[in-house]
Ligand binder design. Structure first.
Ligand SMILES: *[C@@H]1O[C@H](CO)[C@@H](O)[C@H](O)[C@H]1NC(C)=O
Ligand SMILES: *[C@@H]1O[C@H](CO)[C@@H](O)[C@H](O)[C@H]1NC(C)=O
Length: 195
C-alpha cells in the first residue's frame, strides 16, 4: 500500500518535471568561499528543472538584497501566463552553519497561488556554483522516507546567456551527477522591460 502511494507520488512528481531518486538527497560539494554580498542584485531565471503545467510562471526574476551581514531579502516576481498579472513574493535567505552557500529560505509574504507552486516554500537552497557576474546554479532537495525529490534553477544576470556559458553550466551539473537534460526553458516572451 505504502509503495503504491509512493509510486503515485513519484509519478505525479515526474509528470511535473521534478527529479527524484531513491534514497536520501545526494550530498553535493559546497562552492569555496561563497560571498553573499556578491550574490546580491538582480537575477533572471533562465532555465529550471520543472514545468508548471497549465500554470506556467514566466518572466521570473529575483531581486536579492543584503539587508544584514547574515541575511538576504529575496523578492521573486513572475507573471501568470493565464492572467498576465505580475506578482511578487518576498522572503529571506540565511546562510546556514554548514556552509554559507547553503541558504535557508523562508517566505515572509503570503504567497500568491501561482508562486506557491513555483517555490517549494521554506526550504534549503544550495548555490552550487556562481561567478556572481553572469550565472548562478541553484539546487534544492527534499528528503522523503524512501526517496528524494530535487529541483534545479539556472539564474543569470542577463535575460539570455551565450552558448559557452550554457555549456559550462551543463558541465557543472554533470560533474554533480545532475542531468542537464532535465532543464527546461520557461517561456520568457513578452516580458516587460523589468523582467
Ligand atoms: C565579499 O564581497 C565584497 C564585495 O566584493 C567584499 O567587500 C568582501 O570583502 C567579500 N567578503 C569576503 C569574506 O570575501
Ligand atoms: C506576444 O505579444 C504579441 C502581441 O501582443 C502576441 O501577438 C504574441 O502572441 C505574444 N507572444 C507570446 C508568446 O505570448
Amino acid at each position: 500500500m505504502v509503495s503504491m502511494v509512493c509510486l503515485v507520488v513519484l509519478g505525479a512528481l515526474a509528470g511535473a518535471g521534478w527529479g527524484y531518486g531513491l534514497g536520501g538527497c545526494p550530498r553535493l560539494g559546497y562552492m569555496p568561499q561563497f560571498n553573499i554580498s556578491r550574490f546580491s542584485g538582480k537575477w533572471y531565471e533562465i532555465e529550471r528543472s520543472f514545468y508548471l503545467m497549465e500554470l506556467v510562471a514566466s518572466c521570473v526574476s529575483v531581486e536579492v538584497e543584503q539587508k544584514r551581514p547574515d541575511q538576504l531579502e529575496v523578492y521573486v516576481s513572475s507573471r501568470s501566463r493565464v492572467s498576465g498579472i505580475f506578482s511578487i513574493s518576498e522572503g529571506t535567505a540565511t546562510p546556514t552553519k554548514r556552509d554559507a552557500s547553503l541558504l535557508l529560505y523562508r517566505v515572509s509574504s503570503r504567497l500568491p497561488k501561482l508562486l506557491n507552486r513555483y517555490l517549494p516554500g521554506a526550504g534549503y537552497y544550495q548555490v552550487l556554483s556562481t561567478d556572481y557576474t553572469s550565472y548562478a546554479l541553484l539546487y534544492s532537495c527534499s528528503n522523503f522516507h524512501l526517496f528524494h525529490t530535487d529541483l534545479i534553477w539556472v539564474w543569470a544576470r542577463s535575460k539570455e546567456i551565450g552558448v559557452g556559458l550554457r555549456a559550462h553550466i551543463y558541465q557543472t551539473l554533470a560533474q554533480n551527477r545532475l542531468d542537464p537534460e532535465r532543464l527546461t526553458l520557461p517561456k520568457n516572451k513578452n516580458c516587460t522591460d523589468d523582467y
